[in-house]
Design a protein around this ligand. Structure first.
Ligand code: PLP
Length: 420
């Protein structure tokens, strides 16, 4: 904030925060804001998916109980194609987890040779760019396979493209970038049309550079104001880089997080390469679950209607978080946060050097938060200032109690820090 507090004012604030913190800790709360999971009530809205299937037969007559159909059920791919911005014949429907597909894409590129590559990635040093704050499980895959990670700032327009363009032009070891282009985890950012164009068009030193386009929140609007995302696959093709993009998505946060359907979209050459690996891995996905999804969602309109019903459950939680943060921290100068119009997360920024302390204080008071630093490669947020809030899972009253408690921890940590 721009109001400089005197030492006396700060001391008074710290003492008040200390007293509030002691009262908070005495409550013995047991609350959890850690992971972006759908609430049981969200899952209830998809309960119909658990019902029986009358005829396990595809539109083309295929018996879905049997093996086969590596590309997934065409009628389900057709439902998701427009929202994932991938032509249906270039969109594959797979198992229940898109993270698994991202993991496999990395492994296939390490052990096979992606179109455009001179060598397998396993035979060279490779680096991925990681817009931060970002999704910890992306970084976990890189860490697991010894892929070096270089953070780049995520601006309100998307990754800092001056920096991205400079890095990828200069260094052929940079093979990829992780992107959550719409309602990003955790910032709720949607990349601008110009950012998407630059990603699609930029010159990369690596001929086998890939954008890992994790469009996990493509349809997860919270309001009627829908963020628009440019079509990266079409733009890449237009700019002569048709094989640059791997698109991922899933219905994990649409239907059932543990039993949804994941999607992979790419150019024809990439798909051929992809299937040359997956054909060795499986005789075909769970097409019965894919049919359940078709019968439940019916079409793109049905998907959108379901998302509106989910938003009715989720939006009040986002509003409650914003309201409490505003009331308790609004003019403290100790915090800033975003009010996303979609996705699953809110990013809370606290004074430099306070995030880990806030998370520790909250934990000691029975409020579990995602570890500070999780939003950065190697778990290292150099400013130690970013806290991810995941509001969807708890019931509203629990969420309110947890966020109110969190604000006490922020005020205590910030005043302690400022007083030194
Ligand atoms: N990608 C992002 C950005 C996510 O936030 C999540 C879950 O939180 C996932 C992927 C996981 O997707 P899936 O359930 O399809 O594996």
């Amino acid at each position: 904030g721009d109001t400089a507090l005197t030492v006396e004012e700060l001391t008074a604030q710290r003492e008040r925060a200390q007293a509030e913190y002691e009262a908070l800790a005495a409550k013995g709360l047991k609350l959890d804001l850690t992971r972006g999971k759908p609430s049981p009530r969200q899952l209830d809205l998809a309960d119909a998916i658990l019902g029986g299937i009358d005829r396990p037969v595809a539109a083309d007559g295929t018996d879905l109980r049997n093996y086969g159909g590596l590309v997934g059920l065409p009628e389900l791919r057709a439902i998701f194609a427009a929202d994932l911005q991938v032509p249906a014949d270039q969109l594959l429907a797979a198992g229940n987890s898109s993270l698994e597909l991202m993991h496999d894409a990395i492994v296939f590129a390490l052990l096979g040779t992606v179109p455009g590559a001179e060598q397998r990635w396993a035979d060279q040093e490779i680096t991925f760019l990681c817009p931060v704050p970002g999704y910890d499980r992306h970084f976990g895959i890189c860490e697991r396979y010894g892929i070096k990670m270089v953070p780049v700032a995520l601006t309100p327009e998307g990754p800092d493209m001056d920096e991205v363009e400079r890095l990828v032009a200069a260094d052929a070891s940079i093979k990829g970038i992780w992107c959550v282009p719409k309602y990003s985890n955790p910032d709720g950012t949607t990349y601008s049309a110009e950012t998407v164009r630059r990603l699609a068009a930029m010159t990369t030193a690596a001929p086998d550079f890939r954008i890992f386009w994790d469009n996990a929140y493509a349809v997860h609007h919270l309001t009627d104001e829908h963020a628009e995302l440019a079509d990266v696959l079409a733009l890449a093709a237009e700019h002569g880089n048709p094989d640059r993009v791997f698109v991922f998505g899933s219905s994990s946060k649409i239907t059932l997080a543990g039993a949804g359907v994941a999607f992979f979209g790419a150019s024809p050459a990439n798909l051929k390469w992809w299937q040359s690996h997956t054909v060795k891995r499986s005789i075909g996905p769970d097409k019965v679950n894919q049919l359940r999804h078709v019968q439940f969602l019916r079409d793109a309109d049905g998907l959108h209607a379901h998302m509106r019903n989910l938003a009715e459950l989720i939006r009040p939680k986002f509003e409650a978080v914003d309201k409490i943060l505003t009331a308790e921290l609004g003019d403290s100068g100790f915090a800033s946060w975003n009010a996303p119009t979609g996705g699953y997360f809110i990013t809370l920024r606290v004074p430099e050097g306070c995030a880990a302390d806030v998370v520790a204080k909250a934990k000691a008071a029975g409020i579990a938060l995602t570890p500070a630093g999780a939003t950065h490669p190697y778990g290292d947020d150099p400013s130690d200032s970013i806290i991810r809030i995941a509001p969807t899972y708890p019931e509203l009253d629990e969420l309110e109690a947890a966020v109110a408690g969190l604000t006490v921890c922020v005020r205590l940590s910030a005043t302690e820090k400022l007083l030194g």
